[in-house]
Design a protein around this ligand. Structure first.
Ligand SMILES: *Cc1c(COP(=O)(O)O)cnc(C)c1O
Length: 459
């Protein structure tokens, strides 16, 4: 059994969670049209829907909340955030926005239009949506190893650089509006990207004069993997690794609700292009709010600044990764397959393997998510064909490379015994896996349908 890495903190405040019965959960699930996003938070026992904005802030961050400067223009908290962002990422321009997708909404229309495509190691769902909303098409280009969940190799989040160059030549460099490096690669299972890969992608981007943007939600977890697994960096600090990662790109968009350990916030970083920054400021004012608050309160800016540094703390990152390793270890013992080696922010169960009787259009990742809720009040979500949605041109259901049920672990929130309960629930479901029904959609919106779609079990 994997040893649990003890928490490098103690608990100062607690939040009671409600215990529910199976009958209550069946009722709640049906009322939510079998959509995990339709459940009420209070009806969930362990909420692994996302690690986004579900973090527990520290006492230092909460003290920062009290110091937030709420000036409409030119508040202290803004200047502190810009300074800290420059210090950590080495970029000249730092623009706060209210969350990651806001960063995408502000930046992508500047880089993309209906003549363009965008290529990524794997687009996250909102990122793909904003590429499409800007009129462009999104192409995923992850290494082949990522598509085999049981294959244990390092840096499965990497870009397939050979395929990238082929794609650029196929479309013509002038048609590629942006290359996006998602670190860690969320949709591929929170898998990290190596510096070696960043260097190669950066070289190709420079060769063809294409803009390189980092989708930076989990930059610190990615840096942790680089330190652990990339020989060259074993004695380099997480902060210096972070600097090096960002040195290869032109811009970044960031959801601060992940590694910056806050409940709301986002950032855009621009390395040096003042002209681009001017356009970003324009869009920020239109969509988000004035430049010096970007859709956030001063107190949010303050806790974000503090969280950026807390997220880089090595003892914290060891504990964080230890939780993933511990849960993955329990699943190994039970013969439950997941995207392995385990990634940075959660365990991505291979639902196609666990429920082999379900086809991709019966949404195995979603089916297992519903089952986990009914079994133990654990809320997770599909990262597979249900999330991927329909082809924007043909409207046909796309087949995802993966059918995952994502167990995203919130930061500094759950304990070892919660992880034990999660493993136990999965083991129970595995025993009766062949009885788990598939699902069909009865209503769906056009974009980001998984958040709102109504589904029902196939009888
Ligand atoms: C969460 C996330 C986003 C979007 O950020 P929000 O804060 O949820 O809007 C974009 N990219 C990646 C990789 C993410 O994980």
């Amino acid at each position: 059994m994997k040893k649990y890495v003890a928490e490098p903190f103690r608990i100062k405040m607690v939040e009671t969670i409600k215990m529910t019965t199976k009958e209550e959960r069946e009722k709640s699930m049906a009322e939510a049209h079998y959509n995990m996003f339709g459940l009420r938070g209070e009806d969930v026992y362990i909420d692994l829907l996302t690690d986004s904005g579900t973090n527990a802030m520290s006492d230092t961050q909460w003290s920062g909340v009290m110091r937030g400067d709420e000036a409409y223009a030119g508040g202290n908290s803004y200047y502190k955030l810009v300074e800290d962002g420059r210090d950590i990422f080495g970029y000249e321009f730092i623009q706060p926005v209210h969350q990651g997708r806001a960063a995408e909404k502000v930046l992508f229309p500047i880089l993309l239009n209906s003549d363009k495509v965008a290529i990524s190691n794997t687009f996250f769902d909102t990122t793909r949506a904003h590429v499409e909303l800007a009129g462009a098409r999104a192409i995923d280009c992850v290494v082949e190893e990522a598509k085999q969940p049981s294959l244990r190799v390092k840096f499965k989040g990497n870009m397939d650089v050979e395929k990238l160059e082929k794609l650029i030549n196929e479309y013509g460099a002038e048609k590629v509006g942006v290359i996006v490096m998602t670190i860690t690669n969320n949709s591929a299972g929170g898998q990290p990207v190596s510096i070696a890969n960043m260097r190669e992608v950066s070289k190709i981007a420079k060769k063809y004069g294409i803009h390189l943007c980092i989708d930076a939600a989990r930059f610190a977890e990615n840096a942790f993997f680089i330190k652990r697994d990339e020989e060259e960096f074993k004695d380099v600090s997480i902060k210096d690794i972070t600097r090096e990662m960002f040195s290869y790109a032109d811009t970044f968009t960031m959801s601060a609700k992940k590694d910056a350990i806050v409940n709301m916030g986002g950032l855009i970083g621009i390395k040096e292009d003042a002209e681009l920054y001017q356009k970003v400021k324009g869009n920020t004012i239109s969509f988000e709010g004035f430049i010096t608050y970007g859709g956030l309160s001063g107190r949010d800016l303050e806790s974000l600044s503090i969280g950026l540094y807390e997220g880089l703390d090595e003892e914290y990152l060891k504990y964080r990764n230890g939780q993933m390793e511990y849960l993955a270890g329990l699943l190994d013992e039970a013969g439950i397959e997941y995207q392995s080696p385990v990634g940075g922010h959660g365990v991505f169960i291979d639902a196609a393997k666990m429920l082999p009787h379900l086809k991709y259009y019966e949404y195995p990742g979603h089916a297992l998510a519903v089952e986990l809720y009914l079994e133990a009040g654990i809320r997770t979500c599909d990262i597979g064909s249900f999330m991927l949605g329909n082809d924007p041109d043909t409207k046909e259901q796309l087949e995802s490379d993966f059918e995952f049920t994502r167990l995203a672990i919130p930061r500094r929130v759950y304990t070892q015994s919660h992880l034990d309960i999660i493993a136990e629930a999965l083991i129970n479901i595995k025993k009766r896996a062949s009885e788990v029904p598939g699902y069909r959609i009865t209503w769906e919106p056009e974009i980001l349908r998984h958040f709102q779609a109504h589904v029902e079990p196939i009888k």
